[in-house]
Ligand binder design. Structure first.
Ligand SMILES: Cc1ncc(COP(=O)(O)O)c(C=O)c1O
Length: 436
């Protein structure tokens, strides 16, 4: 693999100019690369991606997580091709969606039933609506620094630069009505006593507590999730796990298996459909019953019907993805590859004189430039030197590692020992370049 930095090609330059003109914000909104490193992907295969200029990358972004199987997995491609020739969407029930729902229920500890959605954002949005309908209460509690998607209830206190005025937080985006904030309480992740006290104080008006069990790259401290589980159960509040990142990735049973806490409802996306746009809410029958128009009067049913939900192409991809992920050795492979990379990155950074840590799990982690230890809360993460993190990430990208600078590293089951060796060499070069 040649990692000397090749300049962009004419074709890629033309495409980027068109993207800049015709796509709002030039692409994916908040994700902006400097012009000399910006790229248009031509294709991906396994752990590798090539851009239109012919540059090759080892992919540690994986489309922000969905490509857990690696790019263009032949079994997913075959399952999708077989479905494509039979049609792409019917609205009426189809076999792959039923099969996938069954497989998800078998795998997910809290699941009796599944509601399909198109994106993770819709999944958390509907999970909160289900909780409100079930409890007949309006407010929800989320944790500072947690990412639950782009809807108006999720975008409070997601990336504040200073601690929020708990339980109030600032909206992350313009256009989010301030009135919505009156129904969203925010408190720090991993501050167990404080969270329990806030939940107790607002229990009479709280429909749900939603939590990313691995909050971005922060592991839950022992006892934190357990305490939230205990108080929500005791006070009749719905506990929602956002497993959109953790599901089928940090363990076959996701965070519920890894951290041994079972919520009432959980949200899934990213890895569950082999890179196709499908997400889901999974929950106990008691809660999912609010979606059941066969058993309740229309006026008491939660509306959550979208045109493409559970479409057969994405569902067929999902069944193939779960078949692959359920094989023995898959999780071991992720741990083996990920732990070497995490350890190697910290060792290399330290050797070059940087205070770096690699918080997270072996299948998904971050590298943060900070001396603060341990990293427990969002506020701890704000001590990290973002400028260094971004510059290091750009050095990696320049040398052929596909990363979102200063965000997360994701690995797939297609990453190999050779990828690890090559990556750690690049990581070392990037730290050396950063030092100079
Ligand atoms: C934990 C978590 N929840 C929800 C979402 C939103 O999912 P989507 O981007 O599919 O809307 C994301 C997206 O990154 C996420 O990481």
């Amino acid at each position: 693999m040649d990692t000397t930095f090749t300049p962009s090609s004419d074709k890629q330059t033309r495409l980027l100019a068109d993207a800049s003109q015709y796509l709002a914000g030039g692409g994916l909104g908040l994700f902006i690369l400097p012009p000399e490193l910006n790229l248009v992907v031509q294709r991906g295969e396994g752990s590798r991606v090539w851009d239109v200029a012919g540059r090759e990358y080892i992919d540690y972004h994986l489309s922000s997580g969905p490509v857990l199987l690696g790019h263009a997995h032949p079994e997913v491609a075959a399952a999708v091709a077989a479905q494509l020739s039979k049609g792409t969407t019917y609205y009426f029930l189809n076999e792959p969606e039923i099969e996938l729902a069954k497989r998800l229920v078998e795998a997910i500890p809290c699941a009796d039933q599944i509601l399909y959605t198109g994106s993770g954002t819709e999944a958390t949005f509907y999970a909160l609506r289900i909780a409100r309908a079930y409890t007949k209460r309006n407010k929800v509690l989320k944790f500072e620094g947690a990412w639950h998607g782009m809807h108006d209830y999720g975008l409070w206190g997601t990336v504040p630069s200073s601690p929020s005025n708990y339980p109030h937080a600032q909206p992350d985006s313009v256009g989010v009505p301030l009135e919505t904030g009156a129904t969203v309480l925010v408190t720090p992740f991993n501050e167990t006593q404080r969270a329990v006290e806030m939940i107790e104080r607002h229990a009479h008006e709280l429909a749900a507590v939603i939590v990313e069990p691995l909050q971005r790259v922060l592991q839950p401290e022992p006892g934190f999730l357990e305490a939230i589980r205990e108080v929500t159960q005791r006070r009749g509040i719905v506990m929602i796990f956002d497993e959109i990142v953790t599901g089928f990735r940090i363990a076959w049973g996701g965070a519920q298996e890894r951290y041994c806490v079972v919520p009432d409802i959980a949200c899934y996306g990213k890895a569950i459909s082999g890179g196709f746009p499908l997400a889901a809410v999974a929950g106990k029958e008691e809660f999912m019953a609010v979606l059941d128009a066969r058993k309740r009067p229309r006026a008491e049913v939660v509306w959550a019907t979208n045109t493409l939900n559970g479409n057969p192409v994405c569902s067929a991809a999902g069944v193939a993805a779960l078949n692959i992920l359920s094989r023995s050795g898959v999780q071991d492979h992720l741990h083996r590859i990920g732990s070497q990379l995490r350890q190697g990155m910290v060792e290399s950074g330290t050797r070059h004189g940087f205070a770096v840590q690699a918080p997270g799990e072996d299948a998904v982690w971050g590298v943060r430039f900070t001396e603060r230890k341990p990293l427990r809360t969002w506020s701890d993460l704000t001590t990290s030197n973002k400028d260094l993190g971004v510059r290091w990430g750009l050095e990696l990208l320049r040398r052929g590692l596909m990363v979102n600078p200063n965000e997360k590293f994701y690995i797939s089951i297609a990453h190999t020992q050779a990828d690890v060796d090559r990556t750690l060499q690049i990581v070392d070069d990037a730290f050396a370049a950063l030092k100079h």
